[in-house]
Design a binder for this molecule. Structure first.
Ligand code: SF4
Ligand code: SF4
Length: 409
């Protein structure tokens, strides 16, 4: 996706890797993956027609001139006159996209997908206002609160289970190295011992390999993955994350052949960056308010400590049971804070509701139950660690999925 000199956002299907980050970022649900060529597409203002002096196809074909295009910088253009003199509305100005698509005379219920109620059970039928009861409240004629969505198209979430899994495997890879490096620097483990020499780099290597496999496998064009490095767009956290993952992988590779204590000094910042860059990647998905939370970064860092302690405990470092339980309890407190504190937007509130009481309630409840069981059975060591790791995965799945449940269009 790129912005042309004339301001139009256009796309190049030949170099799209199909990461779906643009879909997660668009607050208007205007981007989709073409199922035939697996590249991202959107309205591009019919640039091929504009370039030869024609108007967009939708403008030409509309029999009532319901769509107008023009130059907003030209005060004489018809769109400028409408925008400057009439009451017009834009969608989601709070996202600071400075939208240039203006609606004249549109009712809020048609612009905001949250303004109309969604029918129970997701069954869309034409509905009559003024009679009956809608979601427990008496419906009133001509009342926007009684507006009922009557037709919708499927909106599949761009990021699904592979993304939740990738966050989880990455937490284990980075967390194991982070915790082991901390033990080395505190003098709590022998550098020549099997934990630092073999177990730590092997856990990180295996889970990094899984992370890469999930990341690349989730792309619509996996064979184009290398383009992240050959033509990077440095503002993208996918690119920054790719570089961080590459640097961390190089460190782990060195560790397998040569493991001085000094690696711990480089390992701690690299493992933290590996474990937490996803918080910035999610925050870049502007469309999803749940991921704009300032708690996301500490949550990812704590998830790393939890996952790393659990992984090292499973391979024999039993004295990590109590630190793991404390980190898990703190992580759960952060999650609780996210759920119970007031949410700045309706989108964030609805996403939390989807997570706690909606589609992802079972994954969310499983996440809590398993982590609490892990804390409760901390004296059983490995069993507790397995509970906690499973609980962490269930929570990640609920968090990733619920944020994408709020309708954008
Ligand atoms: S590479 Fe990713 S962000 Fe860029 S257009 Fe394709 S799907 Fe969208
Ligand atoms: S016809 Fe209209 S909506 Fe479709 S791409 Fe062209 S300008 Fe966009």
């Amino acid at each position: 996706m790129y912005r042309r000199p004339d301001g139009i956002v256009d796309f190049d299907k030949e170099i799209c890797i199909g990461c779906k980050a643009c879909i997660a970022a668009c607050p208007y649900d205007a981007i989709f993956i073409n199922p035939e060529d697996h590249s991202a597409e959107k309205c591009n203002f019919c640039t091929h027609r504009l370039e030869v002096g024609l108007e967009p196809a939708c403008v030409v074909v509309c029999p009532t001139e319901a769509i107008l295009i023009g130059d907003l910088h030209d005060p004489q253009s018809r769109v400028s006159q409408y925008v400057n003199r009439d009451v017009v509305a834009v969608r989601r100005p709070e996202k600071e996209t400075l939208p240039k698509l203006f609606y004249k005379g549109a009712h809020q219920a048609t612009l905001d997908p949250l303004a109309a109620q969604r029918p129970e059970g997701g069954i869309f039928l034409w509905s009559e206002q003024g009679t009956g009861v809608v979601s427990g409240h008496p419906a009133q004629a001509n009342n926007v609160a009684a507006a009922m969505l009557s037709y919708d198209v499927p909106h599949s979430a761009p990021w699904g289970l592979p993304v939740s899994l990738y966050v989880w495997t990455k937490s284990i890879a980075a967390g194991a190295y982070l915790v082991a490096s901390t033990l080395v620097l505190l003098g709590l483990t022998d550098v020549a011992g099997v934990l630092w020499r073999w177990k730590t780099p092997l856990i990180s290597a295996v889970f990094l390999a899984l992370t890469f496999a999930l990341l690349i496998g989730d792309l619509e064009h996996p064979a184009r993955f290398y383009m992240i490095l050959t033509r990077p767009q440095w503002r993208s956290w996918l690119v920054r994350g790719g570089v961080i993952l590459g640097a961390f992988s190089a460190l782990v590779a060195v560790h397998i052949f040569w493991a001085p204590a000094a690696l711990a000094f480089i390992g701690i910042p690299l493992a933290i960056a590996t474990g937490t860059y996803t918080a910035f990647l999610f925050a870049q998905a502007k469309a999803r308010d749940l991921w704009q939370s300032p708690l996301l970064l500490p949550q990812h860092l704590l998830a790393c400590v939890v996952a790393g302690s659990a992984a090292l405990l499973i391979v024999g470092r039993l004295d990590l049971a109590m630190p793991m339980a404390i980190a898990t309890a703190t992580h759960l407190m952060l999650i609780a804070a996210e759920v119970v504190t007031p949410h700045p937007t309706a989108h964030a509130r609805l996403a939390v509701r989807e997570m706690v009481r909606g589609k992802y309630r079972f994954a969310f409840a499983a996440g809590w139950m398993l982590q609490l069981l892990g804390i409760g059975f901390v004296q059983f060591g490995t069993v507790a660690a397995i509970f906690i790791l499973m609980g962490l995965l269930a929570y990640e799945h609920a968090h990733v999925g619920a944020a994408q449940q709020v309708p954008l269009a």
